[in-house]
Write a protein of this length. Structure first.
Length: 132
């Protein structure tokens, strides 16, 4: 099977997973997330990492690949609350031995948050504040 995501800036986005014959297994619509959104699949969990370049932080939603049920929703701490005029966010991620490593660069500094899959539990966190 396969999963795919469709999104439009400022509009609704969707995530759909299909079986090997192309039949829809499940689908999910997200309102107002738009790009950028990153998808990662590990075992039976598909993770949707969502962020906006003009806000702080990010979120990760984990779904069962075959049934679509939400396993977890995790709002990342990132750099924590910062002044509105200082927002700028870039987020990257990769899977490492069953864990999602989220690397963020915000106006206030950089961070690494590590989530266990499929639970979404934070198992590691570190930040490197920008010098004032």
């Amino acid at each position: 099977g396969h999963c795919r995501s469709e999104s439009s800036l400022g509009g609704p986005s969707s995530l759909q997973c299909h079986d090997g014959q192309g039949q829809l297994l499940w689908g999910e619509r997200f309102q107002n997330i738009g790009p950028p959104a990153l998808l990662f699949i590990h075992d039976r969990t598909i993770c949707v990492l969502r962020f906006h370049p003009n806000t702080t932080g990010a979120s990760v939603h984990g779904y069962d690949v075959t049934r679509g049920g939400l396993h977890f929703r995790r709002y990342l701490y990132a750099m924590g609350p910062i002044a509105h005029s200082r927002w700028r966010t870039e987020v990257r991620a990769r899977l490492v031995e069953g864990r999602l490593h989220v690397y963020g660069a915000e106006s206030a500094g950089r961070y690494l948050e590590i989530l266990d899959l499929p639970t979404g539990d934070v198992v590691g966190y570190r930040q490197w504040p920008r010098s004032q």
